[in-house]
Design a protein around this ligand. Structure first.
Ligand code: ADP
Length: 187
């Protein structure tokens, strides 16, 4: 099963994608987590990504697409994957379609997590990541509205999107996600 977790920064994609990945036994591919890990290990990828992440800007598409394609092309990931934080603009969505087609794969379902803006801003401020200051958060929300939201329409046109309300306990939201995954998938 090939899934995308979609939604605003801070909506809980990472938490829910991780939990679902464990339950389904498939990898959770988070571009943000990959960039942060690369930075911690002082790899070039991490150092390059940092200058964009610190501003709340998108890391360039070529860098980002390369790490995602590398992750889901690995034979150990052939049972499926959950993408979290990718695609984040239309050109990434198109690059993803091309890469999947070449591998004979396709997206089965896009889980769209939602929460009120005040809630997601509070969550980000309380997790205290270095890119979670008020100015950077506001910029990320602007980028989300202008660049990332069009990706939702792209997948809605393919009737792949299932909306899940992201407010509640982690377990409550998880059960909603599990129900949503059953939509658009036979198994
Ligand atoms: P959040 O969901 O709170 O925005 P992420 O960990 O998903 O946190 O992303 C953190 C940062 O990593 C983004 O602000 C951006 O700079 C970079 N990033 C993550 N995914 C992508 C992507 N698909 N394209 C470009 N930049 C990305």
């Amino acid at each position: 099963m090939n899934l995308i977790f979609f939604g605003a920064p801070g909506v809980g994609k990472g938490t829910q994608a991780e939990k679902l990945a464990e339950r389904l036994g498939i990898p959770h591919i988070s571009t943000g987590t990959i960039f942060r890990a690369a930075l911690e290990q002082k790899k070039e990828l991490g150092l390059k990504a940092k200058e964009y992440m610190d501003r709340g800007a998108l890391v360039p598409d070529d860098l980002t697409t390369a790490i995602v394609v590398d992750a889901f092309s690995q034979p150990k990931n052939s049972n499926g994957f959950i993408l979290d934080g990718y695609p984040r603009n239309l050109s990434q969505a198109k690059a993803l379609e091309t890469a999947l087609r070449e591998l004979g794969k396709e997206i089965d379902n896009v889980i769209y997590l939602t929460a009120p803006k005040e809630e997601i801003v509070q969550r980000m401020l309380s997790r205290g990541r270095t890119d979670d200051t008020e100015d950077v958060i506001n910029h990320r929300l602007d980028v989300y509205r202008s660049e990332t939201e069009p990706v939702l329409i792209f997948y809605q046109n393919f009737e792949l999107v299932t909306e899940v309300y992201g407010v509640g306990t982690i377990d409550e939201v998880h059960e909603r996600v599990v129900d949503a995954v059953k939509v658009n998938t036979e198994s």
